[in-house]
Design a binder for this molecule. Structure first.
Ligand code: SF4
Ligand code: FES
Length: 248
């Protein structure tokens, strides 16, 4: 496949960036999107041009690092798929592909396609820890019976990989889906009840401090989430928040 890539290049934070066009040839349809960028970068290095900076780690859909907006969609055209799991067979030879970083004022661009998502880390830190001992003196799983639907719900919420596509997809740059998933994964389990009040209040406070916007129920977050996290998590977040505020 021969492609034209239009890529956001930006030297550093707060510096003006621009889209740059690159031609690339002989891309195999079975290459992943990131492998295609590796090929481009090798070519740029050979040509004496600075390679494109982009984030990646696991390349198997579990770390959430590969934060690219591809043709206007966070993580590209396939639903339930991270950028690293997207394959070039999804495109046609002759295509022009637009590649940009995740956008959001709480996610400043560090360089080219790499954004600073440490705001998410600070929100999780604000949530604190679970005081119930879950290691060292491991008890039998059945010692704390949990209804299967609750366990399933908690598991689905815990599937969030913290990628930030929900923020990039949202016209308000809201982080409600991410925070909703992180609150719900504990709220649905007895082990998470002990600190539940402080957790939700502190996480929402930090979310607001970081500058994320509010949710206006457009559903763009769920549509672009590579782990298909449901907006039901936002309902749980709101319920937990109101409950905790009333009991303060
Ligand atoms: S909710 Fe989905 S889109 Fe948002 S951070 Fe988690 S996995 Fe990524
Ligand atoms: S590189 Fe880890 S999820 Fe894509």
């Amino acid at each position: 496949m021969d492609l034209t890539l239009k890529i956001w290049r930006q030297k550093k934070e707060y510096e003006k960036g621009a889209m740059h066009a690159y031609q690339i040839k002989n891309i195999e349809p079975d290459m992943s999107f990131l492998e295609m960028l590796d090929v481009l970068n090798q070519k740029l290095i050979n040509d004496g041009v600075e390679p494109v900076a982009f984030d990646h780690d696991c390349r198997e859909g579990i770390c959430g690092a590969c934060s690219l907006v591809i043709n206007g969609a966070p993580h590209g055209p396939d639903s339930g798929t991270t950028t690293c799991q997207l394959h070039m067979r999804r495109f046609n030879t002759g295509d022009t592909i637009y590649i940009e970083p995740f956008r959001g004022s709480a996610f400043p661009v560090i360089k080219d396609l790499v954004v600073d998502r440490s705001a998410f880390d600070r929100i999780q830190q604000a949530g604190g820890y679970v005081s119930i001992n879950t290691s060292g003196n491991t008890v039998d799983a059945n010692a704390t019976p949990i209804p299967k639907p609750d366990a399933d719900e908690a598991f689905n919420s815990a599937a969030c990989i913290g990628c930030g596509a929900c923020v990039a997809a949202c016209k308000n740059s809201s982080a409600m889906l991410f925070v909703g998933a992180k609150v719900s994964q504990y709220a649905n389990l007895p082990q998470g009840k002990v600190e539940s009040k402080d957790r939700v209040i502190n996480m929402v406070k930090q979310m607001d401090k970081e500058g994320f916007g509010s949710c206006t129920n457009t559903g763009a977050c769920e549509a672009h989430c590579p782990k298909e996290i449901s907006t039901d998590n936002i309902l749980t977040l709101n319920r937990e928040y109101i409950k905790s505020k009333l009991n303060q």
